[in-house]
Design a protein around this ligand. Structure first.
Ligand code: COA
Length: 286
C-alpha cells in the first residue's frame, strides 16, 4: 500500500497516531502511559505528521487529540527539561526550535482547518498547540492548567503568548499566577475553547463541526483563515492590501468555483439563502 492510500498509521517512533476518516485527519498524541507529555521525539513526529496530512488531498480538516485519558500533560518534564538541561547549549536551542516548529509555527500557518479535541488533561506547554488550532472543543470534565509555577518555573515556551491570543488578561494572569486547574466548562467560559460538551458527545460533536468545515472549498478556507491570522496584527492600510490579495487568491485558485456558484444560486436560481448556513452548499447545486 502506498503512503497516500493508507488510512491509519503510527509514526516510526510511535509517538503520534494518524487516521484518515473521510475528510478528517485524526492526529493523536500517542504516549498515553506518559499522559501524552510532549518529548523531543513527539515534537519531531508531529511536524512530520502535519506535513504529511497537509499533502494528503483526502484530508480537509485535521483534528488534534490524545490517546487514552489525556489530551497532553504538557512538555515532558524528564525528556524535555531534565535531560536537555544537562545537554550542551546548542542541543537545548535545537530542541526548543523543534518544539516551536509545530506547536505554534506550523499550526498557526496551517493551510487546512484544524480542531483541538480536548479529551482530558491539558497542561502547561499543551496550551500552545491548543490555542494554535483554529477551533477547540473540550469534554466538560477535561482539566486545563498552567501548572508551571507549581513546580518552579514560569510558563514555558510560547504558552504565555498563546494565552494572550485567546483569553482576557485577567483570566490569563489568574491561570499563570495561581497554577490552579479549571474544567472544560470554565475553559469555554474563558473562551480558551469554543465549546465544552459532555464527554460522550465529544467525538460526535467534533465530527459534526469538522464536516461543516470540510464542506468549504479548501482554497477559500485557506484564504479565509490565513487572512484573519495575519491581518489581525496589521495596520489597517496594510490589512487592506493583504486581505484583498488573499480574497483574490482564494477565489482565483478555487477549482470548485464556489463564488460563481454561490452568486448564481442566490441571484439567478434563487435556490438558497447563504445567510442561513451550511445546508446552503447542497441546495445551490450547479
Ligand atoms: N512529563 C513527563 N512525564 C509525565 C508528565 C509530564 N508532563 N505527566 C505525566 N507524566 C508521567 C508520570 O511521570 C508517570 O510516569 P511513570 O508511570 O513512569 O511514573 C505517568 O506519566 C503517569 O502519570 P501520573 O501522575 O501517575 O498520572 P495521573 O493520571 O495520576 O495524573 C496528571 C495525571 C497529568 C495530573 C499528572 O501526571 C501531572 O500532574 N503531570 C504533570 C503536568 C504538568 O505539570 N505539565 C506541565 C508541563 S510544562
Amino acid at each position: 500500500m502506498t503512503q497516500s492510500e493508507a488510512t491509519s498509521w503510527t509514526t516510526t517512533k510511535g509517538t503520534v497516531r494518524v487516521e484518515v476518516e473521510g475528510p478528517i485527519g485524526w492526529l493523536s498524541f500517542n504516549r498515553p502511559e506518559k499522559r501524552n507529555a510532549m518529548n523531543p521525539t513527539l515534537n519531531l513526529e508531529m511536524t512530520e505528521s502535519l506535513e504529511r496530512l497537509e499533502a494528503d488531498d483526502r484530508v480537509r480538516v485535521v483534528v488534534l487529540t490524545g490517546e487514552g485519558e489525556s489530551w497532553s500533560a504538557g512538555m515532558d518534564l524528564k525528556e524535555y527539561f531534565r535531560e536537555v538541561d544537562q545537554a550542551p547549549a546548542h542541543v537545548q536551542t535545537r530542541v526548543r526550535r523543534e518544539s516551536a516548529e509545530w506547536q505554534w509555527r506550523r499550526l498557526i500557518n496551517y493551510p487546512k482547518a484544524t480542531i483541538a479535541m480536548v479529551n482530558g488533561w491539558c497542561f502547561g506547554g499543551a496550551i500552545t498547540p491548543l490555542v494554535c488550532c483554529d477551533l477547540a472543543l473540550a469534554a466538560e470534565d477535561a482539566v486545563f492548567g498552567l501548572s508551571e509555577v507549581n513546580w518552579g518555573i514560569p510558563p514555558g515556551g510560547l504558552v504565555t503568548r498563546s494565552l494572550a491570543e485567546t483569553v482576557s488578561t485577567r483570566d490569563a494572569l489568574w491561570l499563570i499566577m495561581t497554577g490552579e486547574p479549571i474544567d472544560g466548562v470554565r475553559a469555554a467560559q474563558m473562551r480558551l475553547v469554543n465549546e465544552a460538551v459532555p464527554r460522550e458527545r465529544l467525538r460526535e460533536r467534533t465530527v459534526e463541526v469538522a464536516h461543516r468545515l470540510a464542506a468549504v472549498s479548501p482554497s477559500v478556507m485557506r484564504a479565509a483563515k490565513g487572512g484573519f491570522r495575519k491581518a489581525r496584527l496589521m495596520a489597517w492600510d496594510d490589512a487592506e492590501e493583504f486581505l484583498y490579495a488573499k480574497f483574490d487568491q482564494g477565489i482565483l485558485g478555487d477549482p470548485e468555483r464556489s463564488k460563481q456558484r454561490g452568486l448564481e444560486g442566490f441571484l439567478d436560481k434563487k435556490s438558497f439563502r447563504p445567510g442561513l448556513g451550511a445546508e446552503a452548499d447542497q441546495a445551490r447545486g450547479d
